[in-house]
Design a protein around this ligand. Structure first.
Ligand code: NAG
Length: 297
């Protein structure tokens, strides 16, 4: 496998069906369950793994061909197990473009999940709040996203297309499943959760945060929150037919003024993640149950 094989033939492409299948088979041989739901945990949101029973755990570095994450606060583990009775696979720690990986590699685990049997993907991230009515600690359910890397030509699907995964030109107008969003809002209500929003997530390349002018531009474009992840995985997931649901934990308010005291700080993100950990855990646990009952998993 190489990182710059974009000119290679479809068969040799590192993102090819055959290569992903090899990875999936490696895991299938070692895991007793067939996961229905995939969960990708963002910065500081790894507490979801505590919900798992009957788990089988892999360090990313022990899975041949799997990338390894390099961001502080991100574990690098793939966990299989059950939430309630629903078989799931959980990524504790994800891969970001800014770490140096090409996007096909950042999203490789999504295709592996697909071949393992997953039909629904739940994604989470830590994000900065742009919408002035958002507070630190809010949870934003994603209605949609603005994907700057993709708009600029950097798409995980760039390169040869393998129709076994999905079509060359995939629709994204229905990126976030409306039915799952309805179920998620019902869970929010049943748990009596406060500080829950619904909005648009903008993805930038990172790792540097945004300037004030960039943040103001994002606000004008209709973004409610901004971060550096998730959308790539959603592009790959929609391409291979997975239903997607995502939420952001608002870990800081973005500094929209030059004399703003708001901090853009990774440590701050981790701290807020810790504070909301139990809420997020309960929310995801109930959501998995509900999606299973509603046959959305
Ligand atoms: C900010 O969020 C609120 C609450 O969700 C929403 O009503 C409002 O339309 C959003 N503001 C903008 C400018 O999008």
């Amino acid at each position: 496998m190489c990182d710059n094989c974009e000119r290679n033939s479809a068969e040799n492409h590192p993102f090819s069906y055959e290569n992903v299948e090899k990875l999936a088979n490696y895991l299938k041989e070692r895991v007793p369950i067939v996961p229905q739901i995939g969960i990708i945990c963002g910065t500081g949101l790894g507490g979801v793994t505590e919900l798992l029973t009957d788990s089988t755990i892999f360090d990313y570095k022990d899975i041949p061909g799997f990338p390894v994450s390099t961001v502080p606060g991100h574990h690098g583990r793939l966990l299989f197990g059950r939430i309630g009775t629903t078989p799931v696979v959980v990524m504790q720690g994800r891969f970001h473009f800014f770490e140096g990986y090409p996007l096909w590699k950042c999203t490789l685990p999504v295709r592996v999940m697909k071949l393992l049997g997953v039909s629904t993907l739940i994604l989470s991230n830590a994000a900065g709040g742009i919408n002035s009515s958002y507070n630190v600690g809010d949870i934003m359910l994603l209605r949609d996203h603005i994907n700057f890397p993709t708009l600029g030509g950097n798409n995980p699907l760039r390169g040869p297309n393998d129709d076994k995964f999905g079509p060359r030109f995939g629709a994204m107008n229905d990126a976030y499943d409306r039915r799952i969003l309805v179920e998620a809002k019902a869970v929010v209500k049943s748990l009596g959760m406060s500080g829950v929003q619904e909005g648009v997530y903008a993805c930038i390349g990172g790792p540097s945060f945004e300037t004030v002018a960039e943040l103001r531009a994002l606000r004008v474009l209709g973004a409610d929150a901004v971060g550096m992840s998730t959308v790539h995985e959603v592009v790959a997931a929609r391409h291979c037919g997975l239903k997607c649901f995502a939420f952001s934990l608002i870990t800081n308010k973005c500094p929209m003024e030059y004399d703003s005291e708001e901090k853009q700080d990774h440590e701050e993100h981790l701290m807020v993640g810790k504070q909301r950990e139990d809420d997020v855990k309960n929310f995801v646990g109930k959501l998995v149950l509900r999606l299973t009952q509603a046959k959305l998993a």
